[in-house]
Design a protein around this ligand. Structure first.
Ligand SMILES: [Fe+2]
Length: 256
């Protein structure tokens, strides 16, 4: 596989997405893999889905799933947002061909994808759609042992919106460590140990850094990138939609 970009959790944030896609293009990279949650929370679901049609891969995220079926385990503001997205996708203001194209695209999304040594999921190898792998899970040895058993070697995930690398560090299957990008100079090299790379979130980072996050992969090398975008423009759009809680705009400024 040549050089490619892995993005996740766009969450209908068009300004963040376009800033990331411009950054990807500037690097001469044409292959984009997306780990799901194109939808949810943000003001531009249709436009973000239209961008996704061009990507090499998009797996299904739990918010994308919730737009098609009923949300499961969502908080009140996430649920209202996804119902508003569904209404946008069904709106008669949108041309019929565009509506059908977007729904068909969503319906065809795989839950996971394997390419060479790499597994691509939204959540985790054990539960690709819904399981969260948080940094503190490295202290849950049973969980990490089970998750590690279900992957060959290398995995990319999103879902928590917290970027970093989980690596199996010992002979004991449950012994894992987590490294935030800031601890490793935004760089990771796959070295044969089982490793899960969380690529962070494009449209709603939650690691106290408001800038859009994604990774590029070249051979065994992974680099995390942070891309500034017009966060005020996105927040203003969110404030203008009654079905999107103002908190969803506020949090973007602080990356939380
Ligand atoms: Fe998400």
């Amino acid at each position: 596989m040549s050089t490619f970009a892995v993005i996740s959790d766009v969450h209908a944030n068009l300004e963040a997405l376009d800033a990331v896609l411009a950054d990807v293009a500037r690097r001469g990279i044409v292959s984009v893999y997306c780990l799901g949650d194109v939808l949810g929370y943000g003001p531009n679901p249709c436009e973000c889905l239209d961008r996704a049609l061009d990507w090499h891969l998009t797996v299904l995220g739990n918010h994308d799933m919730a737009a098609m079926f009923d949300p499961d385990g969502f908080g009140a503001s996430a649920e209202r947002a996804i119902f508003w997205h569904r209404a946008r996708l069904e709106s008669a203001d949108e041309p019929r061909a565009a509506r059908e194209r977007r729904w068909n695209f969503l319906a065809e999304r795989p839950r996971s994808h394997r390419a060479g040594d790499f597994l691509f999921v939204h959540g985790s190898p054990r539960n690709p759609l819904n399981e969260y792998l948080f940094p503190e899970d490295v202290y849950n040895q049973r969980k990490m042992a089970r998750v590690g058993d279900l992957m060959e070697r290398y995995c990319f995930c999103g879902h928590t919106h917290v970027p970093g690398a989980f690596v199996q560090t010992g002979d004991d299957a449950g012994a894992w460590e987590f490294f935030a990008p800031t601890e490793v100079h935004d760089f990771w090299r796959f070295d044969g140990r089982k490793t899960i790379i969380n690529v962070g979130s494009v449209g709603q980072p939650r690691d106290q850094d408001w800038r859009a996050c994604y990774v590029t992969v070249e051979g065994w090398d992974v680099n995390w990138h942070r891309v500034p975008y017009d966060v005020e423009a996105t927040a203003a759009k969110i404030y203008a939609v009654p079905d999107l809680d103002n908190f969803l705009g506020d949090r973007l400024r602080e990356g939380r």
